[in-house]
Design a binder for this molecule. Sequence first.
Ligand SMILES: Nc1nc2c(ncn2[C@@H]2O[C@H](COP(=O)(O)OP(=O)(O)OP(=O)(O)O)[C@@H](O)[C@H]2O)c(=O)[nH]1
Ligand SMILES: [Mg+2]
Length: 301
Amino acid sequence: MALFDRLKEGLSKSRETMNEIFYLGGQVDDEFWEDLEDTLVMGDMGAEVAFQVTDDLREQAARENLTRADQIREALATRIASEFTPKTWDPFVYLPSCVLFVGINGAGKTTTVGKLANVAHNQGVKCLIGGADTFRAAAIEQLEVWAQRAGIEMITRARGADPASVCFEVLERAEKSGAQLLLIDTAGRLHTSSDLMSELGKVVRVTRKRSGMPVYVVLVVDATTGQNGLNQAKEFNDALDLDGVIITKLDGTAKGGIAVAISHELKLPILRIGVGEGIEDLQKFDAKDFARALVGEAEGK
Ligand SMILES: Nc1nc2c(ncn2[C@@H]2O[C@H](COP(=O)(O)OP(=O)(O)OP(=O)(O)O)[C@@H](O)[C@H]2O)c(=O)[nH]1
Ligand SMILES: [Mg+2]
């Protein structure tokens, strides 16, 4: 299963400490449960979820007489998977759809737009990219590179232009060209900056008003920011009433558990995950696969 292997490779750092508990002692004793709880907390799943998961598993182990650590592994994956808010729809599949990508600076918004545009294009979906990050000139150029790579039309305005005007033009162009999937990149901003957050709120509102197709707001979160990612998600959700989340940079971080914390606490689905910088490194999210990649598999060990 190539896709799962890539995910596993991406999450290998998150799994390292998990492997230690499961491989070393082998016995399920008090120390094992303490280590497990600590590991879950340190993996940024959030203390509340970590305690609950550990308690539930401990009960299950007693009930089912599970005495070896490797027997716990699959149960742990199932339990973690159940913490995710399920995805009942997909804005990149159910079309037409206009998606605004928001998040703090460097989270991976532009890269994610490029990757998604490439996937849509390869599937024959008529797609349009909007460069509403008019804050930095380099941002427009960066997005242009992705648009060209994916072979997709891009709409933007000069640096300093009103981002809402870019959104309007994207909608107008889509009405003429029949584009079904509109991916709009916005400027990164700190969740703590109330001016920039309310500016974004305005962009979303006027875009919704103008649009004939549903408009969704998707937060892009860099997994390496750990617990701060949860704060970002809370603030962005309060300001913009998010529809879903994409977690990037899950490769090379031990903080993969943050995906669980965000989805669980904010009741938001994880729509995609980024596991590398390349155009192919964006995956659909499957809670069970993700949880198994996070805790590792028991077989053959
Ligand atoms: N390893 C890894 N790097 C990623 C991933 N997604 C994005 N990046 C890298 O993260 C850096 C920032 O990505 P951008 O897409 O420019 O982030 P942004 O949110 O658009 O940033 P601003 O426009 O400055 O707010 C780039 O170097 C990307 O290559 C990922 O899933 N894994
Ligand atoms: Mg950007």
